[in-house]
Design a binder for this molecule. Sequence first.
Ligand code: IP8
Length: 264
Amino acid sequence: MDNLVILKLGGSVITHKERSPPEINRKSIIRICEELLISDTPLILVLGGGAHGHQPAKKYGFANLSTPRKKRLDGIPEIRYSMNLLASAIQAALSEHQVPCIIIPPIAITKLRNGYIETIYLSSFRSALKAGITVITHGDVCFDAELGAAILSGDALSVHLARELGAKSVLLGTDVDGVLDDNPNRNPDAKLIPTIKASEDNPVLNVTGPSKSIDVTGGMKRKLKELFTLADDNTEIIIFNLNAPGRLRRILLGEPTIGTRIVT
Ligand code: IP8
C-alpha cells in the first residue's frame, strides 16, 4: 500500500507513565487526534504500552527472561484489560472527530517464539485500510510458543507492519526530540542527531540509553535496531517529539520539523 502511514504513539505521551494505577493522558490524546485530522492517507496507529502496558508487564516478570511460564500466563488478563482501556480511549477521541476506526488487538492474531514474531495474520488490517477505516493497534502481551507469553513491543509491531504492508512512512512519536548524541539521563546537554545512517556498527547505538521510566521492552537502542532493519530508499522513517505541539502535523504535511530521520 503506497501511501500507508504507520504512526507509533509513544506510551509516555499518551499515558502518565509514572502514575500508578495507570492514568490516560487525555489532554495529550485530544491534541494528537486534532493534529491527525489533516491526514487523508491510510493510517495505522500503534500505541505504546505506557503505564497501561509496562506496569502490569513488570508486575508479572516480563522484564526478565527467566520468569516462569505460569507467572507470565497469569499476567495476560490484567495486561490485556489495561491495554484495552488505553486503546478504547484513543478510539473514543478519534470517534468524536468522526474518524472511522477499529481496534485490532495483536494477541488475537500473533504467534511469538522466544519474544520474536513468528506470524501475524494481517488480513483484517488489509481489509480495514481498503475500506477507509483507520486501524488502532498496540504493543501487547501475546502467546509465545516457547515462553508461554511474551511482550510484543509497539516498535517491533510497527516495523513488521511497515514491512509486510509496504508503508510509505513510519513515524515514531516519543517524549524526546529524536535520537540524542548522549544519554539524556546522564547528560542534560545531549544534542539531537538529525539524520542517522542505518548500520549495525553505527556508534550511535552505544550512546542511546534506555527510557527514563519503567520499560520492559528496551528504550531507544532497541527502537533504533528495529528501525535499521527497515531502512531503504522508499520508506520515510522519523523519530520525533510527540509532546511538542504541531510537530506531528508538520510531518504529516511534509513540512520540515525537528526530529531524527533514519536513512540508508
Ligand atoms: O511500549 C509494550 O509496548 P511498547 C506493550 O511499544 C506492553 O514497548 C503491553 C508492555
